[in-house]
Design a protein around this ligand. Sequence first.
Ligand SMILES: [Zn+2]
Length: 295
Amino acid sequence: MSLLLHSHTVRQLGEIVNGTLMHGYVFHGPAGIGKATAARDLSKRLNCRQGGNDACIICRQIDSGSYPNVIVVRPQDKPSIGIDQIRDLGQMLSLQPYVKSGRRVVIIDEAQAMTREAQNALLKFIEEPPPATLLILISPTLQTLLPTVTSRLGAVYFQPLDETAVAAWLMADRNASSLDSTTAAARSGGRPGLAVTLLGAGGSAVESAVSAAAKLTHGTLFARLVEAARIAAAKEDASAVADALHAAAAENLKNDTMPPAAAGRMMEAAERMKRYLGSNVTPRSALERFVLEVV
Ligand SMILES: [Zn+2]
């Protein structure tokens, strides 16, 4: 995904790269907008000897997650990031960097999933940062993190992009048709990552995910739980449904058709659902939790 889409954010990142680098940042904004991509791009610019042009071995290793100086922490077997993961990180950071040149980057993806204990443990590195190490937290909002953590980091906000820009980018970068690009861009609410997912899911799959999302959020509790069971039994793509739920909440927020607090809760519940789906929770249970959380 090209960072060129985010002109405002790119300016901020440029200042980060060219100016005095702080020891840590939190990238916040809705899911699927390009926060993790930006963190990876920044890691490349700080470590690549060719300016982060994607072609070299270092850039490719950063993309595949195998470059030793770019450490990514995210929820593993369970939906949360626990204190044990942060302690492991601490052990790694106490060692000399594997590669002496460039800058070691620690990316905490889905930082909002950190438990309170994990965040407190992380605070130690934020207060006494290891040398030549940049910390990047990725989170949908600042509010889901402890104020003691966010107040010590630079905040970079990623806002939804203009839908026509996303559509144009899908056509140019993904070779998608004009109709598919326009539809996916509009459905994504200006989030390029989500637009790519929707594009990949194909027209009919997008329609069924959007329709399932509507059924999960309307009608009686019983009807919504029945829909959750149906999606799971039909083995429909629950992750695409979670994306559609998130997009619907974002659209409601934008159009003022839902109180901001309720839309925020729905987005967070959809994000939790994605995390559950990536862990050992069954799709049915993840869907049911969503329904119960947004009652
Ligand atoms: Zn490179």
